[in-house]
Design a protein around this ligand. Structure first.
Ligand SMILES: Nc1ncnc2c1ncn2[C@@H]1O[C@H](COP(=O)(O)OP(=O)(O)OP(=O)(O)O)[C@@H](O)[C@H]1O
Length: 340
């Protein structure tokens, strides 16, 4: 089954500098050197991606690689210097200011690292705020806001002020506020990076729980590969404004397109990325309760290693597809090369 494309961009450029527009017009596909020579900054260079409905699409890269600029171009918070952005097949760059306001209000949600809660408003009032702007009747706005406050685990804290909440709780308010308008498309720019590691993990779990219920199309920026691996369906790696590779976490680790991508992925234990499907013996038989093939190796390593016989593997529908044995797991956990 191929999901529908929700958001795509074609050949998007964002150049900064004197007459960047004129420069791109005269040089429709400038190289990095051309851009440098012209004294221009290539914040985003020739980016093309397709994001599927319901997908968690993560954009990763070092500081300054162009992640935020690309995402701002995708939501047209900033004007790309060139290219096309299609949202549900509609060219966002041709939308009028009024159409754009409507799309942003009703179809897009955004969460940023510094989530800018309004300090003089309570949790509930902060979450209601986008609905208030839309002139939603007060009782309806109130009921909706209460619902999402509960969804993000803040029931009982509706009347608190932001200063009375922890960092993680404040971020939940930011998330609730962005969800209250029921956006189709959800942009999150490093939403958890200001949080300490434990809370950050909790928020990641919470985020996955929310997504399992809401099935949004999500564009999520992070510079933390471990976070990306936990959350992503697919990851785009950016460097110097360019998208170097778009792939699943597993593909990035197994087949990095460049040394740069390999460098990014090398600190991640492979067992946290690889799934049973990649290591199993297709058609093999085993003993005991089957493991679903999409399970990460780290989650089943102990069981398979300590089992005397291979363990059966099934697909999402419970259909037998093969088996996995301790040798395959040991290669990933202890070996240095690819599993045989
Ligand atoms: N308004 C601007 N004027 C000039 N250059 C800019 C502007 N905004 C961004 N840049 C440059 O564009 C490049 C990409 O910046 P961007 O903020 O998109 O990177 P990033 O990957 O999101 O970084 P970080 O992880 O630090 O947020 C950087 O070199 C930055 O200095």
């Amino acid at each position: 089954m191929t999901a529908k494309t929700k958001l795509s961009c074609r050949n998007v450029w964002k150049l900064y500098g004197a007459d960047a527009d004129g420069f791109l017009h005269q040089n429709p596909a400038p190289s990095g050197d051309d851009i440098k020579r012209a004294g221009i900054i290539g914040a985003v260079r020739q980016a093309s991606i397709d994001i599927a409905e319901g997908e968690i699409f993560i954009i990763m890269g070092l500081s300054g690689s162009g992640k935020s600029t690309l995402v701002r171009c995708l939501s047209r918070l900033i004007e790309p210097t060139g290219g096309e952005v299609l949202f549900d097949g509609v060219d966002l760059l041709r939308a009028t200011e009024q159409e754009l306001i409507e799309i942003r209000r009703h179809k897009m949600g955004m969460v940023f690292q510094h989530f800018a809660l309004l300090p003089h408003l309570t949790v509930l009032q902060n979450v209601m705020f986008p609905l208030t702007i839309q002139d939603t009747p007060k009782a309806e706005a109130n009921a909706k806001a209460r619902e999402v406050v509960e969804l993000v685990g803040l029931k009982g804290r509706e009347d608190y002020y932001p200063r009375e909440l922890s960092g993680g709780q404040q971020q939940r308010v930011g998330i609730a506020r962005s969800l209250v308008t029921e956006p189709d498309l959800w942009f999150l720019d490093e939403p958890f990076s200001a949080l300490d590691p434990l809370i950050r993990r909790e928020m990641q779990d919470e985020f996955l729980r929310l997504q399992a219920r809401l099935h949004k199309t999500i564009v999520f920026i992070t510079h933390d590969f471990e976070e990306a691996v936990r959350l992503a369906d697919r990851i785009a790696i950016m460097k110097d404004g360019e998208i170097i590779q778009v792939a699943t976490p597993e593909e990035l680790v197994m087949n990095p397109a460049t040394d740069y991508v390999a460098e990014f992925t090398k600190h991640i234990p492979r067992s946290k990325v690889l799934t049973v499907a990649g290591l199993m013996t297709r058609g093999g038989t085993g003993e005991g309760e089957p493991i679903v093939h999409t399970t990460r190796v780290s989650e089943v390593a102990e069981r398979v290693i300590s089992a005397d016989a291979p363990v059966p593997v099934c697909d999402e529908n419970g259909l037998h597809v093969g088996s996995i044995d301790r040798k395959a797991i040991a290669h990933v956990l202890f070996g240095s090369g690819d599993p045989a």
